[in-house]
Design a protein. Structure first.
Length: 208
């Protein structure tokens, strides 16, 4: 059973493949040419489903299982921003660094050195069996000083609850246990295994 990721973000691809290491996983751009997907949903769930549906349709492979992640950071003092706009917070074509620096500036404009914040990950699964979506969260705080080179996105300024180091400083094995995406993927694995089981049962009945 081929699992296809509806993303071309190298950081996300690397992290998801590591977390789903025991399964056959491909970024969709390994199979078809990349294309623009308009993420106009109002929630992480809606945007994840939009991406998964678009890639599933474009693949033209009814047997594929497509998973799409939509995730971001919500900062309390900024009223929950950047939220679903995390990946494009710095404007059209903004890099991870641009987004990060804009968030730091937004905190400084509020006169804050830190704020409570949380990450959300929504993972949508689309296959011939139907659609579903699961979530994971990671709580902590953000600050204005960048620390660490490990990770991507807002990792250098986010400190998980109960830790003194940012995600940019923590080792990968520690981050995996804390990650909003890893928590959502653990739930997604259960659904993927259910799809695999259903297909095995259907195949067995078809040969009888």
């Amino acid at each position: 059973m081929r699992i296809v990721l509806a993303t071309s973000n190298k950081g996300k691809v690397r992290e998801i493949i590591e977390l789903l290491h025991d399964r056959e996983v491909f970024p969709y751009t390994d199979l078809i040419e990349g294309f623009e997907i308009i993420e106009d949903g109002a929630t992480f769930k809606e945007n994840a489903l939009i991406k998964a549906r678009a890639v599933y349709a474009a693949l033209g492979d009814a047997e594929a299982v497509v998973i799409a992640d939509d995730s971001g950071i919500s900062v309390d003092i900024l009223g929950g921003a950047p939220g679903i706009y995390s990946a494009r917070y710095g404007g059209e074509g903004a890099s991870d660094r641009d987004n990060l620096l804009k968030l730091v500036e937004a905190l400084k404009e509020k006169g804050a050195e830190c704020s409570d914040a949380h990450y959300t990950a929504a993972i949508a699964i689309v296959s011939k069996e139907g659609e579903s979506c699961v979530h994971g969260w990671m709580h902590g705080s953000v600050g204005t000083i960048l620390k660490g080179e490990n990770g991507f996105g807002y990792d250098p300024i986010f400190t998980p609850a109960g830790y003194a180091q940012t995600l940019g400083e923590l080792a990968n094995d520690v981050k995996k246990g804390l990650s909003h995406r890893s928590k959502a993927l653990e739930l997604a694995k259960i659904l993927i295994d259910q799809i695999k089981f259903l297909r095995t049962q259907t195949g067995s009945l078809a040969t009888k």
